[in-house]
Design a protein around this ligand. Sequence first.
Ligand code: UN1
Length: 492
Amino acid sequence: MDVAPLLSRLGVELPELGDIPVTSPIDGTPMGRVPARDIDAAIGRAQAAFAAWKTVPAPRRGELVRRFAETLRNHKDDLGLLVTLETGKILQEGLGEVQEMIDICDFAVGLSRQLHGLTIASERPHHRLMESWHPLGVVGIVSAFNFPVAVWAWNAALALVCGNALVWKTSEKTPLTALACKALFLRAANMFGDIPDGLCEVVPAGRDAAVTLADDRRVALLSATGSTAMGRALAPRVAARLGRSLLELGGNNAAILCPSADLDLAVRAILFAAIGTAGQRCTSLRRLIVHHEILDTVMDRLKAAYGRIPIGDPRLPGTLLGPLIDEAAFAAMQDSLAQAKAEGGTVTGGHRVAVPGCADGWYAAPALVEMPTQSGVVRRETFAPILYVMTYRTLDQAIVLNNQVDQGLSSSIFTTDLREAEHFLAGSDCGIANVNIGPSGAEIGGAFGGEKDSGGGREAGSDCWKAYMRRATNTINAGRDLPLAQGIRFDL
Ligand code: UN1
């Protein structure tokens, strides 16, 4: 696989001797070696850049992000293909990821003129209270292999318009897409004019670099996406220095399938949510909670659909399921399926699939697993296309099952009954709760994130920008007297 022409169109030049080898999960072929970079020095450069960038007016900062979105639009096909080559997700999803970057940039551009604070009535005459929002500092971003560019862009676009500098620790599995983002960003910066060096640092590196970001007081906010274990390792370190963290961790997302559901629509939604990105989204559908009266019909339809899923090279049009990221991911899938059987589950699918020309890729048939109860393996997140199916009798039971896991990222219900839908929306304990669509594939306009072991952070749209700024409360006295709050008298 000669990726040099593609990389060169994206502005990435790799040295002969890099430290981090990159292979494509599609067929195991080497794609190049990426030089490791020192994160400590990167934090220093970003800190210096922050001092200059925070003084640039926010709408002008938005102009840089607008240019970046324009550059992304011009390179959407190339960057989308690179995402596919590096992650193994199908081309439609590679392109979708770049579109998600463009969307958040557009959102951030609008936001750059709307970083509003409140004015608040004062209890004192001739006084005024207001809130003002100020740039925070260096924002550290830790991203995962499964969304190597979109999740960075959620953070980067907002952080930049909010006046911050970025240090991005990429996944070691996907450094090329990160270097491409940096190169495209620099092109946008050139069109924009003068930007301070170090505004957008990109550091392909391993876990140690994430720990450095967590420990370093110069990093005002650490925004980390990854496993719950990663969040548990990093969050206490940030907390120990009273820093801020924004965590987007694992999910174990359920869908409740009610008797009144539109099954044609539901089956399509389930396929995308459970099999899309080879089950490697934090929002992937992992648990299907089906009303017992419709179980047989639903299983028949799902088994028929699962048997027809085109598995293969994710670059080919028509493929819906590409490879897992690596052998370890396949092994974890097999472990979970073995455990499911031991816990009384009936497994259909899940075996390795040979794909012509891709002998070294780890392709697996998607697995449907009927489970008698929500036992240990079901309560654990396995990053693979495994869908556990359980039954319920009353909606309250179904909502208990939905909530009875440690994670609380996303959830959904399929019903045409308004009361059931509303009851579920009030009852789900997740950060995302949907009706008649699956738990994955969120738009950027809403706040994205979840509760409990999912980390509690919120990223992307709505008012999530506030996490990237510090709030000051200002009290202004325009009078000639000094009345004290709470009516306190303090006269000499
Ligand atoms: C992730 O898997 O970390 O809602 C992010 C979704 C995508 C983002 C997933 N927009 O599935």
